[in-house]
Design a protein around this ligand. Structure first.
Ligand code: AMP
Length: 385
């Protein structure tokens, strides 16, 4: 009895198959450069790995090719449900849902809130509904975990009509990741999740911070779109909206969109968006970029700590959070007055678990994220409910 998880990006597809939702996936697949002259398909089974270049015009063709490989390797025999990552559920979904025509039309309705992501997620859903008409399909939304934020945290201070008519508000993203690591953190801390308060820092190419009170998201750094908040690989994060008004006098909307989403962040500051490259450089630009990234993370730690007097732990996850000893060290530096004290030895030697000094009031945890496992678990729970 296995669960297939599908994550469709704009030009890529990732799949995982879980035979047990509490154990690592038994199949990992990825397809990149969909729609280009040659797409790159890779599929790992327990005993073998397949890597090949294929031609693949769209997501439907990509999934067909994947499924033909999976069938040949008997990996599709006992799929009981398919879990789909869907980026934007708007205010309509705070939980995973079984997909039907009504759910599809609500995902379509939310396309204006995520024009780059929801259409691609829908392509994956529509393709698998045609290919597996009798298998249950479940949508798990990136925004759902943050639907518990109070109104004063999710509203922007613009005229009420913008919210009432166009639903302009903070939604937050990376929900499956924040939720997954929060449950892992509660397990490590040996506390019920409903009594655990955390600041979770998802620091990857995309980055976001979340304040979690008693297991529920009460504030998060990404906003109506994934552009707000921390400094990211190519996204600017927080910026004075006045800067945008100023730049709109000389830049078209499309150009500004591209600059803020694809040419800013680390890339804009030091021509590189991979933190490994930036750490290995010893230039003024790279040092300044690292200081800016860390300064922004510390602003969020302070702001969320103010909302979480019972804070149990700070959690580092995603590519940078899981792997960068330097960024973790700097993000926790000079926070002893808040009871946050990192142990350098543990930080240098730990890829999972606690890295604080023994007397640190707040624990500091490194937890590798696993969004697909969270989607598989939620899919499993829903179909068994
Ligand atoms: P993600 O989006 O979670 O896959 O994270 C991707 C980012 O993690 C990459 O762009 C790198 O900047 C960063 N990363 C991965 N490994 C390391 C490492 N060992 N040290 C610093 N940064 C890393």
């Amino acid at each position: 009895m296995s669960i297939l998880v599908i994550n469709s990006g704009s030009s890529s597809l990732k799949i995982k198959i879980f035979s047990d939702v509490n154990k690592p996936a038994i199949v990992h697949g990825s397809l990149e450069k969909i729609g280009e002259e040659q797409s790159v398909l890779s599929c790992q089974f327990s005993q073998k790995t397949i890597n090949k270049k294929i031609t693949c015009a769209d997501h439907y063709e990509g999934l067909e090719q994947f499924f033909s490989i999976l069938k040949q390797n008997d990996a599709l025999l006992d799929i009981i449900a398919i879990g789909h990552r869907v980026v934007h559920g708007g205010e309509d979904f705070s939980q995973p849902v079984k997909i039907d025509d009504n759910v599809i039309s609500v995902i379509e309705k939310n396309i204006p809130l995520a024009p780059l992501h929801n259409p691609e997620n829908l392509k994956g859903i529509q393709a698998t509904m045609q290919m597996f008409p009798s298998v249950a399909q479940v949508a798990v939304f990136d925004t759902a975990f943050h639907q518990t934020m109070p109104e004063y945290a999710y509203r922007y201070a613009v005229p009420n009509s913008f919210y009432e008519q166009q639903k302009i508000r903070r939604y937050g993203f990376h929900g499956s990741s924040h939720q997954y690591v929060s449950k892992e953190a509660a397990r490590i801390l040996q506390k019920p999740i409903a009594q655990t308060s955390l600041i979770t820092l998802h620091l990857g190419n995309g980055a976001s911070a979340t304040a979690i009170k008693n297991g529920k998201s009460i504030d998060t750094s990404m906003g109506m779109t994934p552009l707000e908040g921390l400094i990211m690989g190519t996204r600017c994060g927080d910026i004075d909206p006045g800067v945008l008004l100023f730049l709109l006098q000389t830049h078209t909307h499309d150009k500004l969109d591209k600059i803020l989403n694809k040419k800013s962040g680390l890339l804009g500051l030091c021509q590189r968006n991979d933190m490994r490259d930036i750490e290995s450089q010893d230039t003024r630009e790279s040092q300044r970029a690292i200081k800016m990234v860390v300064h922004r993370v510390q602003k969020y730690i302070g702001s969320y700590y103010a909302q979480l007097p019972e804070l149990d732990a700070i959690v580092f996850t995603a590519g940078i959070g899981e792997n960068s000893i330097l960024i973790r060290e700097l993000c926790c530096a000079n926070l002893a007055h808040l009871g946050i004290e990192l142990c350098s030895d543990k930080n240098g030697n730990t890829s999972y678990g606690e890295i604080q000094k023994s007397h640190s009031k707040v624990k500091i945890l490194v937890i590798p994220t696993n969004e697909e496992m969270e989607i598989a678990r939620q899919t499993h729970n829903l179909i068994n409910a």
